[in-house]
Design a protein around this ligand. Sequence first.
Ligand SMILES: Nc1ncnc2c1ncn2[C@@H]1O[C@H](COP(=O)(O)OP(=O)(O)OP(=O)(O)O)[C@@H](O)[C@H]1O
Ligand SMILES: [Mg+2]
Length: 348
Amino acid sequence: MPVVREELDLSAEGGCMAKLSANELERLLDGVDWGINARVLVGLDTGDDAGVYLLNGQDGLILTTDFFPPICRDPYTYGQIAAANALSDVYAMGGEPLAALNITLYPAGNEGLPLLRRILEGGADMARRAGIPVIGGHTIANERPVYGMAVLGRISPAQVTRNSQLQQGMALVLTKPLGVGIAMAADRVHMASSATVQAALESMRQLNSAGAAVMRKHGLACATDITGFGLLGHAYRMARASGVTIELKASSVPSIPGVPELIGLGCIPGGSFRNEDYVAGSCVYALDVPMWQRTLLADPQTSGGLLIAVDMERSEAVVEELRAAGYWQASIVGRSKARGEWVLEVIP
Ligand SMILES: Nc1ncnc2c1ncn2[C@@H]1O[C@H](COP(=O)(O)OP(=O)(O)OP(=O)(O)O)[C@@H](O)[C@H]1O
Ligand SMILES: [Mg+2]
């Protein structure tokens, strides 16, 4: 049974861990005629966070959708996290959300309806926190619950933060800690402490709205959000799309408390290995990077933070602003440089 009376079933992978691997996704999408026209400012070619459609010279519309099976047992929290994750791609483009639709798949039968209702209430709560209404949705029967949103946002075309605009010599700032994939995988088998699970849930519930506001204030041009492909996979896509190399400093990457110990106990979600495979051949690790840090870099995130490129001079100030805005673990995790032999380099 996919649903029990009071809590969601976590027997299979949930959250962004349920995404198709990056390699498979690229093969799936390659070569289809998507009918792209002159109004499409951001389409599929750079694998960016959301599409951007030019309404006129001043206004761009951001369109994005994200949905996944349960990431945690509590339905309300699952709804909140799925909504925060769906909204995140609007923030990752530097934009502001306007309205959302619910995407809902749920096992047929009446006994699950109260749970489904709690999921939708959690999503509505997060939409209200983001300052937007939920104006509709769609619901179909499915063996496993799946929930998320399609979100409409707005952006001035000049302010779009693309993943393909990374220049050489910039600092890379990460707003949230890594490790929610490992924490929630450990929770599924009751190995994680409640402090670790609470910290992971709190991090996933945190909107990326304040991070986007900091980006707009500083006129920054390049960002992405960290989700299922991990910091490793999303940094790789940013470096590849921009034609530069990213150097990640593993010891500077913040983690959810308790996660390094869980990695030591072997709690590693399958998505981590898929993410390592994705960058294999394009990524080099210094010999003295510990295995647990390599694992953390590849950990699939759900509702992860923003990875933001900032010029070196302003980077410390931007980190301070992000911390003051509630991202208390915001850190400089790497830098960009001229494209070398490797697209990604990981140093201790
Ligand atoms: N079924 C699909 N049809 C068309 N485009 C797709 C499909 N699935 C994914 N894409 C596109 O592929 C790119 C990568 O998708 P993905 O959902 O992994 O985005 P992401 O921003 O990297 O991750 P997330 O949405 O979790 O933040 C995006 O441009 C997305 O719009
Ligand atoms: Mg994204």
